[in-house]
Design a protein around this ligand. Sequence first.
Ligand code: NAD
Length: 419
Amino acid sequence: MSQPHTDNLESKCAGFVTDALERLGINDEMRHVLISPFREIKLELPMRMDDGSLRLFHGFRVQHNHSRGPFKGGLRYHPDVDLDHFRALASAMTWKCALADIPFGGGKGGINCDPRGMSRVERETLTKQFTERISPIIGPDRDVMAPDMGTGPHEMAWIFEEYSQDYGHEPAIVTGKPVELGGSAGRLAATGRGVALAARWAAETHDIDLKRARVAIQGFGNVARNAARLLAEDGASVVAVSGKPGGLLDQDGLDISALHSATEDREHPPSVTELDVEAERISNDDLLKLDVDILIPAAISDVINEDNAGDLRAKLIVEGANLPTTSEGAAVLEERGIPVVPDLLANAGGVIVSYLEWVQNRQRYRWDASRVKDELNAFLKTAWKTVLKRARDENISYRQSAYATAVERVRDAIELRGF
Ligand code: NAD
């Protein structure tokens, strides 16, 4: 039997899944079932551009595992994407949904285009063409897409429209829609809210008083700025935030609400270092090494690695970004006894509220913001308690506990359903 892509996938999952497979004593056959994608699609998307030229794009969708529910995952528009890229991202969604205990599997896809160089009409045409071609394998009970890098509520609205042309009015075909079309209250801030909640619970567990806590956050995009705002509201002192060119540092605490206002409602918000703010300038590398109570990497992947993990001085790390820590970096942090709330748990708020959007759409009903917040809190708290208990019972890290729990749940679902 050919077993495609598993080596590659295991390496992309940075060893965390492999560790869980070994911890659970999963045999080789089940390993391959768990790791290899259920289905992979690559589509040709020829398109006439506004200037009359013909361009050939490629659309991709990887559906990793649906034993716990329909595939769920983002749609990414970026010139460099390929199937390999999406294999790793789709499997990460399987584990994230399983840990959050929401009834979805994992998927991911996108188009190899640069949306910044395209007109709105071109983006709409391409999105609708992709939807039309992929429609037999998506659906509210098959595969539910959501915004990712390079896509947003507009793309979701166009997918909803195109799909509904053939299948009838079906807002649950995508999440992350504009609120006017059935998007959920609270979706935009959900990931940052989840990060702030995870930081709060982990701080309590590790005897860090949030009201006196000093927090450094890498990034000031959607996840970072919402986490920063909520932690500041909790009384924490956010001493550093950053953008790609570097960050701002104020040992007495930055004015997060002012930074928030200065970067709000802008399609292309300025980097924080471009703002007229009285604060020290700091590099992203130095930000990670600040002597703080809580460090939140919430920008890009691989920033904590074997080169710098030994120099970090934070008492607690909460991962807002996807895979901000390499497996080598994670091993160093584990050895040093620095607790890390892994991305699988800490940034699951977004997909949890996506699930709540899907539920509301299927009920043809709308919940208010406070109900959405309560539901998000309940799902995430249950996941945190589960991870904490297993970590304590088995004397393992939060990351090892999270992956073991997620992989075990998917394995159990596969075995219960049979082959
Ligand atoms: P975003 O595009 O809104 O913000 C990204 C931030 O990272 C910006 O502040 C940008 O200036 C900064 N940045 C970019 N390159 C950098 C670099 N080289 N060094 C330091 N900072 C850099 O993105 P986002 O939605 O906030 O997502 C951030 C991370 O969280 C990503 O890893 C994303 O995959 C992950 N994530 C996001 C969501 C969500 O709902 N938005 C959900 C789960 C995970």
